[in-house]
Design a protein around this ligand. Structure first.
Ligand SMILES: *[C@@H]1O[C@H](CO)[C@@H](O)[C@H](O)[C@H]1NC(C)=O
Ligand SMILES: *[C@@H]1O[C@H](CO)[C@@H](O)[C@H](O)[C@H]1NC(C)=O
Ligand SMILES: *[C@@H]1O[C@H](CO)[C@@H](O)[C@H](O)[C@H]1NC(C)=O
Length: 335
């Protein structure tokens, strides 16, 4: 073996013999070097941007997840072709007709995060339909954080229904009328779920806060990873004006549209969080991680009060009080 490989090498004493045969190669190298010299700026900046990109990809993977391409982030889970992804993942539509609705869910599971998406709801007569957008874990004792949009007759307002389930138990509804028509354009609906609490936002305005009062023995979702789900379905037995107004199937198919998904979140995979334990891997001065410590400042508190005073149409705490049921402890504490 050793002798064979040595035989392949030219004998050092006769290197001059090889020189003429090298000239084309040297010329080629010279031309290449010239080309390289004149292109060096582009080359350097390109290498730099590739390196930066790789770096930001890595830090992003390390610290949080980001959305954007709906095709990569979601699986269509039902509806037999009624849910569609358009523009290479830039837009997703759900539709509902008399035979079926449709839905999708996130591929990733999260344990804490700020999840947001833009939705444009069904225009015109949407009575009887429900469009949902929520976080949920699995199983009977699941946790869930809900946005549900209950359709209405043309000209009547959509009801935005919110709820929080802990360990399979819900009954924490608050409902709102929006201060704009959610069918004319896309609006941003976000859930910030961190260990301190849950804040629901509409276009950056907080509409509801569910604080973690776990130290007072009040349940709070904090152990079960959740996926993002969305669906469009028929619920005309209860959704609109208590079931009095039925879905008008002559207007079908009904369509809701989604875009600009963003998840600044801790992704769970095989029981391990991308954020490490207790967010230790997160750089909290990084803007994309500000959700971890997000609390409402004085402006946020004012906005929340404004929404609750002027746009809230149902609050389970008030209802429980009215019917003199046992008032849930979080209602006593958050007043
Ligand atoms: C629909 O509009 C009516 C009339 O304004 C209102 O009472 C109701 O709460 C609205 N929402 C639903 C889901 O019925
Ligand atoms: C954390 O993020 C800030 C803002 O991006 C940056 O200036 C700082 O160097 C980062 N710290 C570490 C330890 O990476
Ligand atoms: C309050 O928080 C919001 C973000 O939720 C921010 O845009 C705004 O600048 C803050 N205002 C003050 C006075 O700190």
């Amino acid at each position: 073996m050793g002798t064979n490989s040595r035989k392949l090498k030219p004998p050092s004493s006769s290197s001059s013999y090889y020189l003429p045969r090298c000239i084309p190669l040297l010329l080629f190298l010279a031309v290449f070097a010239l080309l390289f010299f004149f292109n060096i700026d582009t080359f350097v900046s390109r290498t730099k941007s590739i390196a930066l990109h790789t770096f930001s990809e890595q830090s992003r993977l390390l610290m949080n997840a980001e959305g954007g391409n709906l095709q990569h982030e979601f699986d269509i889970t039902w509806g037999d072709g009624r849910a569609k992804i358009h523009n290479n993942g830039g837009l997703l539509t759900l539709s509902l007709d008399q035979n079926s609705g449709s839905g999708f869910r996130s591929r990733k599971e999260y344990l804490f995060g700020k999840i947001e998406i833009q939705i444009k709801l069904i225009a015109g007569n949407s009575a009887g339909t429900v469009t949902t957008y929520y976080l949920s874990s699995e199983g009977e004792t699941h946790d869930e954080i809900d946005f549900e949009f209950l359709g209405n007759s043309s000209g009547d307002p959509y009801t935005l229904h919110t709820n929080v389930y802990c360990q399979g138990k819900g009954n924490r509804e608050q409902q709102f009328f929006l201060w704009f028509d959610p069918t004319l354009d896309f609006h941003t609906y976000s859930i910030n779920w961190n260990p301190k609490g849950i804040i629901f936002f509409v276009d950056g305005t907080p509409i509801r806060e569910f604080k973690n009062l776990g130290s007072n023995g009040i349940p709070f979702p904090k152990n079960q990873p959740m996926r993002v789900y969305s669906s469009l379905w028929n619920a005309d037995d209860w959704a609109t004006q208590g079931g009095l107004v039925k879905t008008d199937w002559t207007k079908a198919p009904f369509t809701a549209s989604y875009r600009n998904y963003k998840a600044e979140a801790c992704v769970m995979s095989g029981g391990i969080s991308s954020c490490g334990s207790r967010f230790s891997a997160l750089n909290l001065t990084e803007k994309s991680n500000s959700w971890v410590t997000e609390k409402l400042n004085s402006t946020g508190m004012e906005r929340l009060k404004w929404v609750q005073k002027n746009h809230m149409v149902y609050n389970y705490c008030v209802d429980k009080m009215r019917f003199q049921e046992g008032l849930p402890p979080e209602c006593k504490m958050s007043s």
